[in-house]
Design a protein around this ligand. Sequence first.
Ligand code: ACM
Length: 531
Amino acid sequence: MRRRRLLCSLLLVAAAGMGTAAAPPRSAAADAATPLDQVVPAPASVRPGKGAYTVSDRTLIRVPGASAEVKRVAEYLAGLLRPATGFALPVTTKEGKDGIVLRLGGRDAKGLGSEGYRLRSAGRSVTISATRPAGLFHGVQTLRQLLPAAVERNTAQPGPWQVAGGTIADSPRYGYRAAMVDVSRHFFGVDKLKRYIDQLALYKINTLHLHLSDDQGWRIAIASRPELASHGGSTQVGGGSGGYYTKDDYREIIRYAASRYLTVVPEIDMPGHTNAALSSYAELNCDGKAPPLYTGTDVGFSSLCVPKKETYDFIDDVIREVAAMTPGRYLHIGGDEAHSTSHEDYVTFMDKVQPVVAKYGKTAIGWHQLTGAHPAKGAVAQYWGYDATGADERQQVVDAAKNGTRLILSPADRSYLDMKYDKNSPLGLAWAGYVSVQRSYDWDPGSYLSGAPADSVMGVEAPIWSETLSTSAHIEYMAFPRLPGVAELGWSPAAGHDWGRYKARLAAQGPRWDALGIGYYRSPEVPWPAR
Ligand code: ACM
């Protein structure tokens, strides 16, 4: 049996036109296949099996009886694998027991929820089963990571392309696993967001939170308030020309994110962080005077005028238009660092704005300062405190959670990807301290806020603020290698959490990032393979 397989894989390698490249002995190749548990995020359950499946020039991607959506997932997989393997990998709806099979429904899909999947790998096939296409998509990301890192390259590579045998049954710990991009301090165009979305999908992140407005820039076109984009979007930190998303741009971001099974959560930050809006419309200011645009990095100096009717006409226009363009359930209303708004005004403001979000069919998310006002029924608070956050402030969040407010956890000294790794980091800020790779991974969302009911935690988020970041290379240097750790906290069972084992799995991602052209920080905490 072993001999026949050896011969078989030699023939396949020869058939694939790999010329004189010597095929490794079958057993060595199988040993070299990535073990099923060596992916990020760690799968919920793994049962190693015998043998390995080899992707070859005869491999079909089978989607028996599939919907158009499942076919799209299959084409996405084929598109990932074709350049490096050089194989045709046709997608077919024909039934068959060989090849890569994506199957919706069936016994194997039971009990895995809307995002879970089961992956079975054996000599003749790899089958991914799921209840929903999102599960198939996440299973595809696992399959991708089980193949050699060279599969990410966009030119033909020698292979062999083996998937270790066995079964993975996997589903997420949390339904909300987000990354945020601050497109306000520096503007990032549609293509840059698409690049990041692809990177997020590899780690099963399912939500893209866009921080669309701040003191330094308004980044989304609002037809009823055109000056917001044309004037408020015309600069950024440091004084560059900024930019904004047209409605078509925004729809394209949403469409692309959805094709990678991410939902977009738009944030319009208020009542503070609003200088770009205040500069665009004088009536939003209590003194009726528009301030100049701002290109510095201070916070806490701006506020919409809480007592004025014009403020709420403005908010109605903005929330109506943003909600109409956004298919997702959530709309983020910010609410952080409103240092120029009195507490009384802040509470009044939030009492008036949350019903506007509900009126347009969305559920409000606010930064956790919202818990100091009256969070609406169903509202979500995003905790961004850190070790130095006062006990009273934490307690306010915990009390709100006990009263039914759900939480997204993004502690600034754990999951803020713009914090410097250490004192030598050339980019980033350090107001919450240095955030090493271990520190960003080594916490438990389920018990992080002592006293908050475990089921109040909806999930985790890794925000990246862009005061010091203006290119994709900057984002990637700060996000990698920390982002996958936060993704794992959101996806994997707490029981398997272990820095020692995680850092070995993380290290194995390095060659994949090299193949993808991601310029990551080679932190000395992680045992990267030599390049
Ligand atoms: C924040 O970092 N101001 C939410």
